[in-house]
Design a protein around this ligand. Sequence first.
Ligand SMILES: NC(=O)c1ccc[n+]([C@@H]2O[C@H](COP(=O)([O-])OP(=O)(O)OC[C@H]3O[C@@H](n4cnc5c(N)ncnc54)[C@H](OP(=O)(O)O)[C@@H]3O)[C@@H](O)[C@H]2O)c1
Length: 647
Amino acid sequence: MVDQLNWGVLGPGGIARTFARQLPLSRTGRLVAVRSRDAGRAAAFATEFGVARSYGSYEELLADHEVEAVYIATPHPAHPEWVIRAAVAGKHVLCEKPLAVTWAHAMAAVDAARQYDVFLMEAFMYRHHPQLRVLTDLVRDGVLGTVAHVQASFSFATALNPDGRLFAPSLGGGGILDVGGYPVSAARLVAGAARGLPFADPIGVTGAGRIGETGVDEWAVATLDFGAGLVAQVATGVRVAADNTLRVSGSEGYAEVPDPWLPPEGEPGRVVLRLAGAEVREITTPPAAQYALEADSVAEHLADRESPVMSWSDSLGNATVLDRWRQAIGLTYPMERAVPPLPARPRRHDMPTGTLPGIAKPLSRLVMGVDNQRDLTHATVMFDDFVARGGNTFDTAWLYGNGALEPLLGKWIRTNGIRDEVVVIGKGAHTPHCDPESLRRQLAESLDRLDTDHVDLYLMHRDNLDVPVDEFVDVLEEERAAGRLTAYGVSNWTLERVDAAQAYATRQGKAGFAALSNHFSLAEAYALPWDGCEHVTDAASQAWLREHDLALLPWSSQARGFFAGNADDEVARCYHSESNFGRRERARELATELGVPTTAVALAFVLHQPFATFPLIGPRTLEETHGSLRALEVALTPAQVEHLANG
Ligand SMILES: NC(=O)c1ccc[n+]([C@@H]2O[C@H](COP(=O)([O-])OP(=O)(O)OC[C@H]3O[C@@H](n4cnc5c(N)ncnc54)[C@H](OP(=O)(O)O)[C@@H]3O)[C@@H](O)[C@H]2O)c1
């Protein structure tokens, strides 16, 4: 715990006034600076709360050396931007809820705190009130029996003001984002306590609600299914007054917190316990200034960079539920449809590159998979970061996301105006449409979705043994001649078919395949997860690759989590064997020696083959990207490569 923490406030609006009023009640907090977009407003706030310095720009406040922590109290859409700017400036951060409008931007905010090594907490002040601790202790100690049901709402009726923060889509208006996060976070907290965990995430979220005339949710409800019979009903609204009680029911009775979010200041906290067959009991806690307690929690956990009261993963879990709740009622915001970039951060890596025949641009050695991004914001956050770290090559397919992924990549490239710098790998002609005519049609559709006139490399996603190789080579060559693809290759083809196709191309004076994309990793594969896939992990295939001058773009280059210790049924079916366990053990030993994760050594193995490789990575989060990129720190000698493979 630091003895004193000097705070600066960004956005001196309604909640900032409450924070400023309560901060003197904290043990550690001192308000030293305030910033407004309007210097006069900042000065007035400074005078009212006795703040030493006021600024008319955010930059000035972040440059103030006396400010150690900033409290971000702007409307929601600006939160991640200022978390990132504060983190880059080395300031600790308490950010008003929600951390961001979307999970993806919340992830970017958390990532900035991690990268720049500063404290970050989402300001759910109610969690710091001792009455919440009473409730979670009752749940954790089993007093309510088996917890089955959480009911919570935070809903109020306010007059419609289309330009105000609560109703304007551009300011992230609506109940779900403004106060829906409270009941969701409380339900997750209670579900976690019921399982002896800090929080739990629902396995299912369903919802309904009303989107009003300004285009934001005026009220909404959701059911959160935590599995094993534990469910929560949550409700929110900005035009509906409700009974905002938090109620937890179990096999032995139920407990209620009558004022869970904003207990009256100066009055005791209250939890009412109604156990079957027992007298109603009210448990009280001393009056508490919850915003002051929140500020003290920052000071107390500053060195850990996050507070257990609202940890980073807790915030990200909450943001995921809010995304799903909005999705359930069909609510998106304008900023999600055309994502403004978050503030650029200093470039962190230069990624090694290589070349492929026929493609003038260098390709980053690691290739970002475009197959799992949830939405444009997620894609943007992931792709921006990859590019900032030196990546430029993206792998997608006609089939991915039922066609939803290519447009995300296309829109991101178009928005950034970087078509000439990035390498786009497209794939098509997946079974059951694996024939020359479908290839032609799917390539045209892919180009349309990608909003480009060509892909740099086009791969056939599968093979069809009923079609002679020359027919496939002919159609790929035709498309190359038409300029719709720069180079071509295949994925999931046997080496015999590749040999036959390359021989045909040579005889005909055609370009032939520039790359092969089969599965390859340090672990030998005994089975593959999908039908029609091919791997080159066996000794004979590796000998073939050493003899042929054909670059490999291996998928599942980290063996689907085998090296991270994932042992689910699919991983066991594909990889479990004594020789693979030996490989993993040797990778672990080397990783310990080098101070990197085992997965980084496994991926470095793929990068250090005697044949050209451009491994595909499929990170879902920034943390996963950065974990994969650690492979670039690992320089393996041929002897180490041999040792990893064969002991
Ligand atoms: N934890 C809680 O109890 C609690 C309660 C209420 C709100 N909140 C959260 O706190 C945040 C702020 O809410 P609030 O009710 O305090 O809002 P508010 O009264 O409207 O204040 C927001 C302040 O942000 C600044 N700002 C910066 N960019 C802005 C923009 N584009 N439009 C409008 N204002 C902008 C404004 O100050 P300048 O113009 O002077 O720069 C404004 O005074 C929200 O994210 C909300 O969810 C939390």
